[in-house]
Each structure stands twice: as structure tokens, then as C-alpha cells.
Design a protein around this ligand. Structure first.
Ligand SMILES: Cc1cc2nc3c(=O)[nH]c(=O)nc-3n(C[C@H](O)[C@H](O)[C@H](O)COP(=O)(O)OP(=O)(O)OC[C@H]3O[C@@H](n4cnc5c(N)ncnc54)[C@H](O)[C@@H]3O)c2cc1C
Length: 326
């Protein structure tokens, strides 16, 4: 089927695009990558009076890191999710990206277009909820920031006004110690999902794990968080964190005892305790909480002191290098 007749405008700036949307009073639609909109128009599921094409607004085609956020402009394509920047700073997005359609779709479709389209079975709304993204909207009355949690209203409906443009999607950088997971069930690779789940575990400033965020897709009229799954995960974590602290304390105790012997110049007794304490903590460095890592540094410092005190320059140097790597 062919689309119903429509006017076509290629905007040259964001301001012009906003003005055009205003002029049509909600009867026009933005065209970004066209991967959803054009199919809907051909099926006559969408019959906009006019299309306002953002493709010529080059300044909207960016993906960059700013103020602790990975930020995508309105014309950043889906394949940007697989870039080095995203892999390093927001690995959950990169992992999920390969589930979105096929490479050809990801080279045309945009990140903001997928968010604005708000398909309940799409990956990006789920990721926006899991990562607590911010969405920046611009309209005739100015700019506003909408938290992901308030953005998705129901299927194919967002909190954007009829002449507002989603200009930017901002995803917080994931610190290296963030725990995360992504799972998608679909009939074949590249198909729309039958179910999507994304989980993010972050540490707060005090080193405690914040409330886990679990977001689901394709299970409701929009992407949703699952308070039930978050509560279950929180309980499991409480148990696990206590165990981790115990493990950490055992090796910490060895290192502390070794430190006490070091202070009494009982070097022979100190050495095996200091080494065992350090190596035990190091082996668990990926799982122990931040306060445990501080103890790891202290343990390495004690080994430097030991070898300096016993005049073993080569070992002292080796442990200084180890310390620098922590
Ligand atoms: C074969 C195929 C497979 C697909 N598989 C998947 C999949 O697995 N997962 C998935 O999530 N998607 C999938 N899609 C859908 C598609 O990739 C996305 O929905 C699409 O890329 C949306 O971005 P776009 O730039 O193409 O938006 P468009 O199609 O241009 O626009 C979509 C809608 O969003 C609005 N819009 C676009 N940009 C903005 C903006 N900046 N501000 C406000 N409104 C805006 C438009 O007006 C329109 O209503 C698939 C599509 C195809 C054709």
C-alpha cells in the first residue's frame, strides 16, 4: 500500500523543525531514520498531514560523553550504541544494541526515534528505565528534561507534546563496579522481542549497593520497572554483601596481624601473613565492596614497608609497582 498524501519539509535547523511542527498544530510528524514511521504510513496506520525531516540537521547527529553522561543527539543512529565510547562507558547499551533489528536498520534508525516511538517491545525504552536516563525535549515553550520513568505513557505514546522534539537522550556513565545484565527472548535473532529484561546494580557513595533497577519490555503496554524483581534482588544482595564482608575481613585480619608483626620487626612471621592477606583480597577484588579495596591498598603498602625494612630492594620495587596498578 502507498502512504496517504502528505507535505514534506526538510528542516535546516532545530528551530525551523519546532516552528514547522507548531504550524501544523499536531498534524505533522517528525521523520528521523524512518524505520518505523514509513512502514506505519505505508500501512496507513499513520496518516500525518506533513513530515518534518530532521535528516538535514547535522548538528543533531552526535554521541559524546558530557558531565558523567553518555549523550545522544536526535539524529544519532542506533549503530552508535556499538561504538567504543558506549562499550567503555555504558556497556549495557552496547550489549543490548545487537538485539535491535539488523545492521541495516541500526544504520538508518535513530536512538531518539526509537525512544519517541515507544514500542512496548523495543529495547531502548527498557534500557532508559534500567539506567535512569534523562530525555531532553524542546518545543515552542522551551526546553525540559523528562526522567525516563515519566516519559513512557502507554504503547506508542510518550510524555512529549505534539510539537515537541526529543533532542537528546542522556544515559548516566556506568562506573566500573556497576553490576548489570541484559536478556532478550525473541523467535529469531533480530526479531522484535517476546520479552526483555535489563538489570543495573550501582554502588552509592557509602559503598552500599543502591536499590537494584530491573526494567522489563514486551510484557505490558510500555516498558516498566519491576518493583517485585527489585525487592527479591535486594534481599539476595543483602545476604551476599554480608558474606563478602566476612571473606574480606578474614584476609584483612591476616594482613593486619602481619602489620602488627612488622611493627615489632618480626619480619619472618610477618611476610607469609602479609602475602596471604593480600593475595586473598586480590583474588576477590572484583567482588569485594569499595571499603575492601581500600584494605587491599593498605595490604600492598605493608608489603612495600616489609621489603624496604629488610633491605630487599627488588621485592620492594615489585610491590611498589603492584601498588601503583591498584
Ligand atoms: C525490519 C525491522 C526490524 C526492527 N527491529 C527492531 C527491534 O528489534 N527492536 C526495536 O526496538 N526496533 C526495531 N525496529 C524499529 C526501528 O528500528 C525503530 O523503531 C526505529 O529505528 C525508530 O527510529 P527512527 O529514527 O527510524 O524513527 P522514525 O521511524 O523516523 O520515527 C518513529 C516515530 O518517532 C517519532 N520521532 C522520531 N524522532 C523523533 C524525535 N527526535 N523527537 C520526537 N519524535 C520523534 C516520529 O515522528 C515517529 O512517530 C525494526 C524495524 C524494522 C524495519
Amino acid at each position: 500500500m502507498k502512504p496517504a498524501p502528505f507535505d514534506y519539509h526538510r528542516a535546516r535547523s532545530l528551530g525551523e523543525a519546532v516552528a514547522l511542527l507548531e504550524r501544523y498544530g499536531g498534524e505533522a510528524k517528525l521523520l528521523a531514520g524512518g524505520q518505523s514511521l514509513l512502514a506505519m504510513m505505508k500501512l496507513r496506520l499513520a496518516r500525518p498531514v506533513a513530515l518534518v525531516d530532521l535528516g538535514g540537521v547535522r548538528e543533531l547527529a552526535y554521541a559524546r560523553e558530557t558531565d558523567g553522561q553518555v549523550v545522544f543527539g536526535a539524529m544519532a543512529r542506533l549503530h552508535e550504541l556499538e561504538s567504543d565510547l558506549v562499550r567503555r562507558r555504558c556497556p549495557l547499551l552496547a550489549e543490548a544494541a545487537r538485539h535491535i533489528g539488523h545492521p541495516a536498520i541500526r544504520h538508518r534508525g535513530t536512538i531518539c526515534g526509537s525512544l519517541a516511538h515507544a514500542d512496548p517491545a523495543a529495547e531502548l525504552p527498557v534500557l532508559a528505565l534500567a539506567l535512569d536516563a534523562e530525555l531532553v525535549a524542546i518545543g515552542a515553550r522551551g526546553t525540559r528534561i523528562i526522567p525516563a520513568e515519566e516519559f513512557f505513557v502507554t504503547m506508542f505514546t510518550t510524555g512529549l507534546g505534539p510539537s515537541e522534539i526529543l533532542t537528546e537522550a542522556r544515559f548516566p556513565v556506568m562506573p566500573a563496579d556497576t553490576g548489570w545484565g541484559f536478556m532478550e527472548l525473541s523467535r529469531r535473532p533480530g526479531d522484535f522481542a517476546v520479552a526483555i529484561a535489563a538489570t543495573v546494580l550501582r554502588h552509592g557513595r557509602d559503598g552500599e549497593t543502591e536499590t537494584p533497577r530491573v526494567a522489563l519490555g514486551a510484557v505490558a503496554d510500555r516498558a516498566i520497572r519491576s518493583p517485585g524483581a527489585e525487592a527479591v534482588l535486594r534481599e539476595c544482595l543483602d545476604v551476599r554483601e554480608k558474606k563478602q564482608l566476612n571473606v574480606c575481613n578474614t584476609f584483612n585480619t591476616k594482613s593486619m596481624l602481619g602489620g602488627a608483626l612488622l611493627g615489632q620487626k618480626k619480619y619472618q612471621g610477618a611476610e607469609p601473613l602479609l602475602k596471604a592477606g593480600y593475595q586473598g583480597m586480590k583474588a576477590r577484588a572484583q567482588t569485594i565492596p569499595p571499603q575492601g579495596r581500600m584494605r587491599l591498598t593498605e595490604a600492598a603498602e605493608r608489603l612495600v614497608q616489609l621489603y624496604e625494612a629488610t633491605g630487599n630492594a627488588a621485592e620492594a620495587e615489585r610491590w611498589r609497582k603492584e601498588l601503583a596498578r591498584l
